[in-house]
Design a protein around this ligand. Sequence first.
Ligand code: NAD
Length: 415
Amino acid sequence: MKIGVVGLGYVGVPLAVAFCEAGHTVIGVDADRSKIEALARGESYIEDIPDARLREALPRFQPTARYAELSQADAVIIAVPTPLTPNREPDLGPLTASATALATVLQRGQLVVLESTTYPGYTRERLVPLLEESGLAAGSDFNVAFSPERVDPGRKDYTLRTTAKVVGGSTPACLERAVALYGEVCDHVVPVSTTDAAELTKLLENIFRSVNIALVNEIAILCDRMGIDVWEVVNAASTKPYGFMRFEPGPGMGGHCLPVDPFYLSWRAREFDVQTEFIELAGEVNARMPHFCVEKIARGLNDHSKPVRGSRVALLGVSYKAGIADLREAPALKIIRLLAEQGASIAYHDEYVPELSEFGLSSQPLDDVLDHCDVAVIVTVHPGLDIERILDRAPLVVDFRGATAGMTAGKLIRL
Ligand SMILES: NC(=O)c1ccc[n+]([C@@H]2O[C@H](COP(=O)([O-])OP(=O)(O)OC[C@H]3O[C@@H](n4cnc5c(N)ncnc54)[C@H](O)[C@@H]3O)[C@@H](O)[C@H]2O)c1
């Protein structure tokens, strides 16, 4: 088959490579020419796809900025971003732009699958009419489906192939084609009855995480007041073999998904006169965490007779999660902003993030930041971060990730 993939980011690149590895040809379209050029040179900007794997796929992978190439595809998968506007409402701009452009080249007999996370009803009410601008009719002239992406950047134990893939079609025939398409790259495809059900499945999964992270974050704040070690409690509760699922507290939720997707549903729910209170509350609790973390750093400095103003704070790890460079919604950025507002002087070490251009900062060697700080703050624990070294060299250590769980030292403060 010839497969089109629109949007070559964290979702699109692994998908394109997987279809190439399954023996298909992939036309990858992206609006960002620098990404097209990097991919064409065999340089991957997605951590989960090493250059060598991309290069092996390249003979069958054609990255391009031209939608016209998609007219030759049997199926086109859309994986463009679905962010929020500054007012925290769905920003459907990239989706509309990609669907409008695709409609100009859409061919009879093609299958279009949306993978971008969106609210229930989007595919049926918005995507289909945009594609029908082509003059072709969905269901009879071309097929439409929605299949949520479950990629978890940095994860090694589950891959695209071994993670079950949910698919909903506009019609039974659309579903059948989409199930066959994903059967090429996934061992287990889970059909659901409608595109709406597939869209809501993705949101339920992400809201489940957001709510549970908020719950454990709230417990962490309470533990701080009560003088109980939250990590000890989480570890102990995790020994229950049923009825409990481990979630860890932290400096706040980051990434493209968890801080964003739940609000697609709360926005949509308002049209149905429903208030999604769990979603809003979880969002509030998680958004409060960077503020709580800054308070905790300030208290730690105060106990060492130092004000925040003028203190040198070294952040260790600034991307939103371990093992990847993604800075979207990273809590470290909020922590830096809040500390800078209070007059702290900031340095950071992160082997995955060489520059933080928004703050005019660049990553410093670990020993340099440890030797020239008043407090070292563990925000994201990338593989290989030397915790012993941090405890050894920094005058004060604040750990928001439980990386020092079980360790004790007078200069150590933990979430
Ligand atoms: N990153 C994840 O872990 C993850 C997991 C599951 C689902 N998702 C969802 O998948 C979708 C894509 O996320 P992502 O993380 O891959 O985003 P991304 O920003 O990494 O990649 C999206 C790509 O789309 C391109 N693009 C934007 N507008 C375009 C247009 N009009 N035409 C062509 N290309 C265009 C961008 O240049 C970018 O390269 C989102 O809806 C997201 O919520 C992401």
